[in-house]
Design a binder for this molecule. Structure first.
Ligand code: SF4
Ligand code: SF4
Length: 222
């Protein structure tokens, strides 16, 4: 999933201060699943913004909310938001509670309206066993080698992104860059050993072809 965190309320309040009405758009995809910017958080943000604008900005900000299933889906966003945007009065803005893709999807569909990102998009990751902790697991490199590395991504989880590890800095299974963390290549070794596939550990992997990730990337479903 895409891992996000909400921007501070003060930042959001400053961003909306010049508008008369704001439509808060939640996303029930990644953002909603882990309660960063789903329906409940959009409703909570509405209350906070109404109170904060009254107390700090000394004005009545008109705030509406709408939550879509996925803000990265152009059709869903267009059909859900169009009627609401028509109803908004005065100088208007949209506050998106989704990732950067959601913000840009709304901006593409409604280019005349400023879209404020209510969240910072951090990375693609997984929740760990620790409450509220997420770990980066994928950098969308476009050439997945997880089958060869026991399902552990060296591009992301090795501090140097090495495809042929470990490096000489590994000490007692820990990474030299952050000794609190396990060396990704030791984890890969252990996993491949358990699977009886250690031949893959010594396989040479050529450098990644970075041309695959020259942005902006496009996928046409070929
Ligand atoms: S190799 Fe790593 S970064 Fe690349 S697609 Fe697979 S999990 Fe993502
Ligand atoms: S110690 Fe392991 S995880 Fe850290 S940079 Fe070297 S190979 Fe990568």
């Amino acid at each position: 999933m895409i891992v996000l965190k909400q921007k501070p309320l003060e930042w959001i309040l400053d961003a909306v201060k010049n508008y008369d009405s704001v439509l808060i758009v939640g996303c029930n995809g990644c953002s909603g699943i882990y309660q960063v910017g789903g329906e409940k958080q959009a409703e909570a943000m509405k209350l906070l913004l109404e109170m904060a604008s009254e107390i700090k900005l000394k004005k009545n900000l008109e705030v509406e909310t709408c939550t879509v299933l996925r803000q990265c889906d152009r059709d869903l966003v267009a059909s859900s938001l169009r009627p609401l945007i028509r109803r908004m009065k005065g100088h208007k803005a949209i506050l998106s509670m989704a990732c950067g893709v959601g913000v840009q999807t709304i901006s593409e569909i409604f280019p005349e309206i400023p879209v404020i990102p209510g969240c910072d998009t951090l990375f693609i990751g997984m929740r760990t066993k620790e409450f509220g902790e997420f770990y980066e697991f994928c950098r969308a490199c476009g050439d997945c080698i997880l089958f060869e590395t026991g399902g552990i991504c060296p591009v992301t989880r090795c501090a140097k992104g090495l495809l042929n590890g470990p490096c000489g800095g590994m000490r007692e299974g820990k990474c030299e860059v952050d000794p609190e963390r396990d060396c990704a290549w030791v984890l890969i070794y252990e996993r491949l050993k358990a699977q009886g596939r250690l031949d893959l550990f010594i396989k040479f992997r050529p450098p990644r072809d970075h041309r695959i990730t020259i942005g902006p990337r496009v996928w046409r479903g070929e």
